[in-house]
Design a protein around this ligand. Structure first.
Ligand code: XXG
Ligand code: FE2
Ligand code: CA
Length: 334
């Protein structure tokens, strides 16, 4: 096997978050958002959306500090797990093999790495299957989460993130760029949607948010209504609104530990081989909210720490370009 061959990534598959109070986290993710519990023990919960036929797309585990434990990508074949191991070893990254039973419940043989951007990332192929819930309308609750859609990560050097994911075979659907084409943000995909991963310029490595898909824009509105009705409106951070980038309808919430989740619906197909990148100018006021609504400062600045392979929080580096400092004039342009 060529050590430099990248694994064939199918999609963003799950995120594992450390939470400081698993009962409160359960309230937020299960009772309020409507994730389904696939597996539960004293210290962890494996959750999935209604459309997901694999064991989980979100794992919550009790931890000392609120942090990202790892994000995980599913790869096409078991051999792609070996390819991930040699690919990241070749790059000089910390790499650990996690045999079936030693890692996350339901997942088979996997490889965990600290990628060149400093993020804990797992690659796996085998995972337990799960019962079809898409038409179990009687079980649908809250945001009626259908599936995981994407990860959004804070990283100080967006061109480096773009280069790393390009070499992993990801396409780029959209960018935010300055007048000299300096890269402020990028959305990259393997599955045929706008993204599996996006980069927000900021101190990093940190997890900006996990994006979960619902079927209908009214589910986004209903989520906000439920939080308001229960006097839990302080969990709402940004939106509801229409994104410029991706065209999706959105709402951002913060969980009891401050982990951010985006309820997201109605982006578009990107699967043609010659799909072209759509480029937004950073001075276009519609880029992050198509109606020009201001983005709250906390959305740019706050994010979850990430853990190393030994479980300790990773140090962060400050950003090179700060999009939140970009001035947009009254005409919506710089
Ligand atoms: O998923 C997304 C986001 O990355 O969360 C943010 C799609 C678009 C945007 S943006 O705020 O740029 O419209
Ligand atoms: Fe997002
Ligand atoms: Ca405005």
């Amino acid at each position: 096997m060529n050590a430099g061959t990248s694994p064939d990534v199918v999609r963003s598959a799950y995120a594992q978050l450390a939470v400081t109070d698993i009962a409160r986290a359960r309230w937020f993710w299960v009772d309020m958002l409507g994730f389904h519990v696939q597996y539960e023990d004293a210290g962890s919960l494996c959750l999935r959306g209604t459309d997901e036929l694999t064991h989980h797309s979100l794992v919550l585990r009790q931890g000392e500090v609120a942090a990202l434990d790892h994000i995980a990508y599913r790869v096409r074949t078991p051999e792609d797990v070996d390819k991930a191991e040699s690919y990241f070893t070749h790059l000089g990254c910390p790499v650990r093999r996690v045999p079936k039973g030693a890692g996350t419940h339901g997942v088979g043989d996997a490889v965990r790495v600290i990628d060149p951007l400093g993020f804990p990332v797992e690659f796996f192929h085998d995972i337990e299957h799960a019962e079809r819930l898409i038409q179990r309308y009687d079980l649908h609750r809250g945001a009626e989460v259908a599936r995981l859609d994407h990860f959004n990560i804070c990283t100080p050097d967006i061109p480096a993130a773009y280069a790393h994911y390009t070499s992993l075979g990801f396409g780029c659907s959209e960018t935010i760029e300055g007048d000299e084409h300096e890269l402020y943000a990028a959305w990259m995909y393997r599955k045929q949607t706008v993204h599996d991963v996006a980069f927000t310029g900021g101190a990093g490595p940190r997890l900006h948010h996990v994006g979960v898909a619902t079927h209908e824009s009214h589910h986004v509105l209903r989520t906000a209504d439920i939080f308001g009705a229960l006097r839990q409106e302080h969990h709402i951070e940004r939106g509801p609104g229409r994104h410029g980038v991706s065209n999706a309808f959105y709402l951002y919430l913060r969980d009891p530990d401050g982990h951010r989740v985006e309820i997201y619906t109605s982006d578009y197909y990107t699967g043609d081989p010659d799909h072209e990148t759509y480029r937004w100018n950073v001075h276009d006021d519609r880029r992050r909210d198509f109606w020009g609504s201001a983005v709250i400062e906390s959305w740019y600045k706050e994010a979850s720490p990430v853990l190393g392979l030994d479980g300790s929080p990773q140090p962060v580096t400050d950003t090179l370009l700060d999009e939140s400092a970009v001035h947009v004039g009254a005409d919506g342009l710089g």
